[in-house]
Design a binder for this molecule. Structure first.
Ligand code: PEP
Length: 250
């Protein structure tokens, strides 16, 4: 049985003082313990998340990292820095990292391998652009991303992975993929993991949908067989909405 997993991606939002307030409010929320809940916060807010979410009820993580442990990599944070403060996750390959900051699959693959080496759970993002969707190339695109990003990743590690399928045209736009389209792509990804690894690995890997998920549509998405969770941007920035997403079964 795969545990549902709802993770907030705060992106570049919340100063440290704002983050503390939101983290305290999230901590006070009454959250369904059958659902794994987490927040991925800006690097500067990570220490506050570590301190405030110290009971582990709500997990936390970074939104990116470099693959080396330390060194001359100005502006980066490392897997050691994340594990030192007991982070659980790291988002890797978000479309904003790929498109705005030019990250390619080779770099993302190095990061995925490094995250597993440090016992961090990668939330590996993939997804097609609007042009690719209109040309019916979404499967081709996502297959190429996943094959490259998971190069040399072991079957044991893949079982611990979270994959976030995020069609780029649905991120931050208010346009959600229909629950049928989201399910079709999540099923495609699960079959791909079965082909690349094994049926067992495909049944263990957790696949999230991301793209304008909100309290109003989370239930319908989460009812789909192959959607195990959601990676949520905008709607995760209010404690009330975040709690409603986590509590979608109540
Ligand atoms: C995201 O940041 O991964 C995301 C899906 O954003 P939003 O929910 O705002 O579309």
């Amino acid at each position: 049985m795969r545990k549902p997993v709802i993770v907030g991606n705060w992106k570049m939002n919340k100063t440290v003082s704002e983050a503390k307030e939101l983290l305290e409010a999230i901590k006070k929320s009454d959250l369904d313990s059958e659902v794994e809940a987490g927040v991925c916060v800006p690097a500067i807010d990570l220490c506050a998340a570590s301190k405030i979410l110290d009971d582990g009820v709500v997990k936390f993580g970074g939104q990116n990292m470099y693959f080396e442990e330390s060194g001359a990599f100005t502006g980066e944070i490392s897997p050691l820095m994340l594990t030192d403060i007991k982070a659980d996750y790291v988002i890797l390959g978000h479309s904003e990292r790929r498109d705005i900051f030019g990250e390619d699959d080779k770099l993302i693959n190095e990061k995925v391998l490094s995250a597993f080496d440090h016992d961090l759970t990668p939330i590996l993002c993939c997804g097609e652009s609007l042009e690719e969707r209109e040309a019916d190339k979404q499967e081709e695109k996502v297959k190429a991303q996943i094959e490259a990003d998971l190069k040399d990743v072991s079957e044991d590690d893949v079982k611990k992975l979270i994959i976030a399928y995020e069609p780029i045209w649905a991120i931050g736009t208010g346009k959600t993929a229909s629950s049928d389209d989201a399910e079709a792509m999540c099923a495609f990804i699960r079959n791909l993991i079965a082909e690349l690894y094994s049926k067992e690995a495909s049944e263990a890997v957790r696949i999230q949908y991301g793209g304008s998920v909100k309290p109003a549509n989370v239930k319908e998405l989460m009812a789909k067989e192959n959607i195990d969770g959601a990676l949520v941007g905008g709607a995760s920035l209010k404690a009330e909405d975040f709690a409603a997403l986590v509590n979608h079964r109540k």
